[in-house]
Ligand binder design. Structure first.
Ligand code: SF4
Ligand code: SF4
Length: 147
């Protein structure tokens, strides 16, 4: 997902895309390896991986040799094991401003998220769509949220 404000001039840092989609982010194997290499157990612990054997392993306990055996990787609360309601890395930085607390190491899917380009990641509720030059005819369809 687009980090609120850090990677583009267009983003209004409202955090809405992270609130809506951030509970289901999935890192790549390269993301996982990078976090392991850099000792980012603070990030890894929020993910659980299912291995080929059917065994579930918390991300912080993964070994490099496990990476090729992962069949599923999910965001989970490290204490309760439950699915989080929102991305645990989204932090409120002001009354209406939100930032990604792992911006420099966030998953590829967040880095690649562009809500104002029509297609897979198009998000009509993105406030950046309302900015000059970002208006899309799709965002003015009556069934869509006016935000
Ligand atoms: S919804 Fe749009 S403006 Fe809001 S944080 Fe996401 S990219 Fe930025
Ligand atoms: S990791 Fe960062 S950019 Fe990705 S959903 Fe969470 S707060 Fe948003």
């Amino acid at each position: 997902m687009e980090d609120p404000g850090e990677t583009s001039d267009e983003c209004g840092q409202c955090g809405l895309c992270c609130k809506v989609f951030g509970d289901r982010i999935t890192p790549t194997v390269v993301n996982l390896y990078s976090w392991m290499e850099n000792g980012r157990t603070d990030v890894l612990r929020f993910f659980s991986a299912c291995l080929n054997s059917g065994r579930w392993v918390n991300g912080a306990d993964l070994e490099p040799e496990d990476l090729g055996d992962i069949t599923i990787i999910e965001l989970r609360d490290p204490v309760s094991g439950e699915y989080p309601a929102v991305c645990p890395f989204l932090h409120r930085a002001g009354r209406t401003r939100y930032i990604c607390s792992i911006h420099t190491v966030k998953p590829d899917m967040c880095c690649n998220y562009i809500p104002w380009v029509y297609g897979e990641t198009y998000f009509p509720r993105c406030k950046a769509l309302c900015k000059e030059g970002k208006k899309s005819p799709w965002s003015r369809l009556p069934h869509q949220d006016p935000e």
